[in-house]
Design a protein around this ligand. Structure first.
Ligand code: OAD
Length: 241
């Protein structure tokens, strides 16, 4: 297998998507056809969905919390955490996954750009807190202000990503310049702005790798190297960890 050359000045940006958690048993977003109980996921994972039927949205996320609590990190998550041990602050992980498996594998220099399943926040107070509870019966109310509804700390369809997260990623790319090695792993490249990181990496002269069991042709065309395979099998070899 062709392997990336990581020298002492290399900086590594990793973007992960649902494919990295597939071998842990977490279904990929598009693998389930984008449907949950016959509804389009966009109808459930959106501010409009929450306004229309907050109880159903909480049932969806409660089931996801239960599912994510039962699974464990796989060798793909572990390989990324081991590469971070080697590179320290020369590595940054941006994940689109909300399942918490990267953190459980040991990743620390990580940004959860689409939010975190095991966090909740009040619609009014807006301060996220750790929460592994499930809410099947009623929409929870904020224990602090006693009026605001609690909602999952997830970036829903139609919502903006945290601008501070995007700045951190942009700064990392700019500071790396042509020493940047960018990996997109297990993501179909359909959701922006994450799908545009490869273009930013190319603009600064970085080298771009895509690892995916079934790469989307349009997305793959924007990479220098495409490795077809399961992340849990490919990454330990690719990273030499
Ligand atoms: P997708 O479901 O769109 O894509 C998952 C990708 O992983 C596909 O390209 C699969 O071929 C690949 N894949 C599946 N199993 C794999 C494995 N074992 N090893 C490597 N690759 C594998 O998921 P994402 O790209 O993550 O956003 O979706 C991006 C965003 O779309 C999600 O974060 C979610 C959704 O809208 C929000 O919820 C905001």
């Amino acid at each position: 297998m062709n392997r990336p050359q990581l020298g002492p000045a290399s900086k590594v940006l990793i973007l992960t998507g649902a494919g990295v958690s597939a071998e842990s048993g977490v279904p990929t977003f598009r693998g389930i056809g984008g449907l949950w109980e016959g509804r389009r996921v966009e109808e459930v994972a959106s501010p409009e969905g929450f306004d229309a039927d907050a109880k159903t949205v909480w049932r969806f996320y409660s089931l996801r919390r239960e599912g994510a609590a039962k699974v464990a990190p796989n060798p793909g998550h572990l390989a990324i955490a081991k590469l971070e041990e080697k590179l320290g602050d020369r590595l940054l992980l941006a994940t689109q996954n909300v399942d918490g498996l990267h953190a459980r594998a040991g990743s620390k220099r990580m940004i959860c750009i689409h939010g975190e399943l095991f966090k909740t926040r009040c619609e009014q107070c807006n301060v996220p807190f750790d929460d592994d509870k499930t809410y099947f019966d009623a929409v929870p109310i904020c224990p602090e202000c006693k009026t605001g509804r609690l909602r999952p700390h997830i970036v829903w369809f139609g919502e903006m990503l945290n601008p501070a997260h995007l700045t951190q990623i942009d700064d990392f790319i700019e500071s790396a310049g042509n020493e940047l090695v960018f990996f997109a792993i297990g993501t179909s490249g359909q959701v922006y702005p994450a799908a545009g990181f490869v273009d930013a990496a190319r603009r600064v002269g970085g080298t771009c790798w895509l690892v995916d069991v079934d790469p989307s042709p349009d997305y793959a065309a924007r990479f220098d190297h495409v490795v077809r395979g399961k992340s849990g099998e490919v990454l330990p070899h690719l990273f030499g960890v």
